[in-house]
Design a protein around this ligand. Structure first.
Ligand SMILES: NC(=O)c1ccc[n+]([C@@H]2O[C@H](COP(=O)([O-])OP(=O)(O)OC[C@H]3O[C@@H](n4cnc5c(N)ncnc54)[C@H](OP(=O)(O)O)[C@@H]3O)[C@@H](O)[C@H]2O)c1
Length: 281
């Protein structure tokens, strides 16, 4: 098995979730997925049975100002991996996002609902999905949302750091989604690839909240006394448009007979415990 983007937040938890004898891990400095010749060389040398693409350009606002980089990493990178996987008969897992949807739904998005990304990030990720699906028949496309984990900069860590210094924080209350803990997602992916049940999957922790509600939950679980003030997305005036409604129905996951990932509140409790054990709060 080969993991590209192994140095990322999800990438590091994927390495823990797969306890195989032979895992080839590549961080960005070891394998740049946009370099087709390098991808060809590595894949044909290692000859993995499975490739997981955890690499991406994930700076959503940054994608708005660097359109070429967004498409190079989020579309051409997955293409390079899909072509190589197909050449050697390997399966591929590609991680995608709730941002492929426009966010104007009123009920959770199913895997085969019409997409309609609002941002360059979402458009480039959708282009990546399409290249993966058309170039490697043995593909799993796993769309997830609102990730946080121990190995990267994320909303929960930011709130915990703010909670050490500030008594008030303003947080957006008009985007709804499902915060997802990367070890839970990584364990789900490890389960999924045991079956040749290829296709598109939505995979998130259960339950939904706004960022404002999530911030309140974080401070509650961490016993931090911080006043959270609700604001609107418009108040923040960020470069990239974000979907207001990001809830992904884990429909294909359920149809396939897998147990749902735990509720986001339970996952948050685990994160805070693990975070505290790391001595960072
Ligand atoms: N974070 C979220 O809330 C979220 C939500 C939904 C879906 N996703 C998707 O989940 C996946 C994992 O996200 P994450 O949060 O773990 O992101 P992350 O921490 O930013 O990890 C992405 C990794 O990819 C690396 N990378 C960037 N360009 C590369 C290239 N050309 N070649 C090889 N590696 C490259 C990055 O390296 P550098 O850091 O050195 O650039 C980083 O280590 C991504 O596909 C993302 O689109 C994330």
């Amino acid at each position: 098995m080969l993991i590209a983007g192994a140095g990322g937040m999800l990438g590091q938890d994927l390495m823990t979730a797969f306890s195989r004898d032979e895992v080839f891990e590549y961080t960005k400095s070891q394998l740049d997925i946009t370099a087709i010749d390098a991808v060809q060389k590595v894949v044909h040398t290692d000859h993995p049975d499975l490739i997981i693409n955890a690499a991406a350009y994930t700076n959503v606002d940054g994608c708005e100002s660097d359109f070429d980089l967004a498409y190079r990493v989020n579309a051409l990178g997955p293409r390079n991996l899909a072509v190589a996987a197909n050449q050697i008969g390997a399966a591929i897992v590609h991680i995608s996002t709730d941002y492929v949807f426009p966010g104007n739904a009123t009920s959770p998005y199913l895997e085969h609902d019409a997409t309609g990304p609002l941002s360059v990030y979402g458009k480039s990720k959708l282009a990546g999905e399409q290249l993966i699906a058309s170039l490697c028949s043995r593909h799993y496309i796993v769309r997830t949302a609102w990730l946080y984990g121990l190995h990267g900069k994320n909303f929960v860590r930011t709130m915990l750091q703010i909670g050490q210094k500030e008594s008030t924080v303003r947080v957006v209350n008009d985007q709804l989604g499902s915060p997802t803990y990367t070890p839970d997602l990584a364990a789900g992916i490890a389960q999924l690839v045991r079956k040749p049940a290829y296709g598109i999957y939505h995979l998130t922790n259960q339950g939904t909240c706004t960022w404002y509600e999530f911030a309140k939950a974080i401070f509650e679980e961490a016993n931090l006394s911080v006043h959270v003030e609700p604001i609107t997305t418009a108040d923040l005036n960020r470069p990239a448009h974000r979907p207001a409604y990001s809830v992904l129905d884990n429909f294909m996951w359920r149809l396939e007979g897998f147990a749902p990932l735990r509720h986001y509140r339970d996952a948050l409790k685990s994160y805070i415990q693990d975070y505290n054990l790391g001595g960072t709060i």
